[in-house]
Design a protein. Sequence first.
Length: 394
Amino acid sequence: MILCILGRQPELGLTELESLYPGKVTRFGSEAALVNIDHLDIQNLGGSQKAARVVYNLYNAKISEISHKIIDSYSKRAIRKDLSKLTIGISAYNANIKTTQIKKIGAAIKFNAKKLGGTVRIIPNNDPVLNTATSHHNKLGLRENKKEIIIIQHNSRTIIAESIGAQNITALAKRDQTRPKRDAFVGMLPPKLALMMYNMAIGKSQSILNKKLSQPAILDPFCGTGVILQEAYLRGAKIYGTDLNPKMVNYTQQNIAWLTKSQAYKLHIQQGDATIHTWNYANELNAVICETYLGQPFNSTPNPTKLEQVKGNCNNIISNFLENIHPQINQKTALCIAIPAWRDTEFNTIHRLPLIKYIDKLGYNLHNKNPLLYFRENQIVARDILILTKIKSR
């Protein structure tokens, strides 16, 4: 059993896991999910910060019992002859365990290990939870002698799990910040979200086909600077992209060439208006994944008249795109698209596009019944993620 610590917007991470491992995912409190599998590579996930293998399941456990389990197990591990110096971090999620208590557990492991002739380095805690950067930079879970102990509670159940890795934030940042072409004006789709969307679409496609896809074919019809395509390429997909703006086509071509160290994909990135374009390869696609037109950016919630104008424009463009691509793709093609939603931060409400209410009339099934929103704390324009498949007839 694998425990996943979900990201800042946990509903997205949970949906990503459910898409990839249908029937094997159980929510565990507000911050985590349990996946009933033996192995998981966290670097292929965008919405989970850490992954850990479940070691102990305890019920109605007091801190003394939890402490004893951890201290006894890891003090003995420190004297294993096949391991160099043991490095341990400890994190307690949603648990009534204070930082001082975590420090006491670490100190006891170190003291007992020394008595037995072993040495342990304990990563210091300033908070009950080690942040992802600390786990990643200390390589916790990536080596047998570098482990993070994760304690998490939900209702009467306490899980103690041993890390198998943390999200590689260094690699994600490098792909985002060092690619040759970026453009803040068209929006900066985070690689984490691009990866989540890829997994949601491919997971849905695989469930339709009832088989694992070794080289899925994917299209981004609003490719921008190519963030979705780069994440798809790194997962072995055959990638296609179009964009209305020739500048964006050029940017994507340069970014993919930088990533792949090859010009081979240049011919697969072309100019095209998603509302009228014909993709000659559309019937071969396994997934369509894109961030559609999000409208203009806002620093504050627009007035009702302006909001209705922007909503209407976005709704028209995206509806036309969905109508255009519908007859071109086959029924086994999954779609994961990001459309705009506007946050009213004063009244804590969300304004979504009208097309969501009549998505069936456009010829699609909407598979995520609850909204999946991605946004930063003060961001007005959120990304509203839709997972779609084609209706047989309309």
